[in-house]
Design a protein around this ligand. Sequence first.
Ligand code: NAD
Length: 289
Amino acid sequence: MAGKLIDGTAIAAGVRQEVAGGVAAMAARNRRVRLAALLVGGTPAGGLYAQRQAQACGDVGIEYQLVQLSGQTTQRQAIDAIDRLNGDAQVTGIMLHLPLPAQLNAIELQYRIDPLKDAEGVNPANIGHVVYGKTLIAPCTALAVLELIRSTGVSLIGAEATVVGASEIAGKPISLLLAEQMATVTLCHLATRDLRMHSARADVLVVAVGKPGLIGRDDVREGAVVIDVGINRVKQADGSRKTVGDVDFDAVREKAGFITPVPGGVGPMTVAMLLKNTLRSASLLQSIR
Ligand code: NAD
């Protein structure tokens, strides 16, 4: 029997509704929720993404402020821009669009964002809080993965969870949040000797690598929860392009208990978690002001 589809779009809609309620409650107390997004350089993809983000914020009542800097911006100028947003009482959340032009150091800029305004949860202070089990604001993709697993009703306590991919933005924070939920976590990466040995015994398998078809039917345990974070544009036989994940969806769905589609799984949920984090930032700031 085919595994149940985890409908990220529908679950994200529920989160957005919840966020809209929270933003309205803040507004009723004359508190604004405003996300400032820093976009450096002018690629069409970046502009389109910012436009979609503005729409997503507008839909839940979050004010959106796009701060556009030229592609020639120096590190000093980018730091100054972040410092201005950190000091602006009207701004309650800040995010930095990636990728950045080559002359800029993304990590240094992420370090600079006030941890309380860190809507993407990328400041190391916030990652550190996750390590200590005192999460303030966690990375959006990791939160999205956790919410999607929760939606299945499968308990993480004592579960074997394998995370494939160990980046700072996806795999590592995902494995931290899973460990916080009392799963037994295995983190696999490029140097893992026998990936299948780890993936095929997982009750919960999260794949965040960026390689289409990396996980096939034999790599998955019968009845597992499979969360596909990967986003890959692939060329089809007729020359057109489509977006797929890292998991061979049709083959794995036959065996999995639950599975996320790509698109329509982790992607929309990550956007919803950015909105939720933005509301959380505003509430945290309110509680300390
Ligand atoms: P990355 O390139 O920074 O990291 C990839 C990781 O995969 C590394 O840890 C590497 O060691 C590991 N890896 C590479 N080949 C492997 C293999 N054969 N076996 C096991 N591990 C292997 O990538 P990233 O930024 O973490 O992104 C990963 C994928 O997730 C990409 O497709 C990206 O587009 C997608 N992504 C999606 C979202 C979302 O919201 N849906 C968010 C972030 C990233």
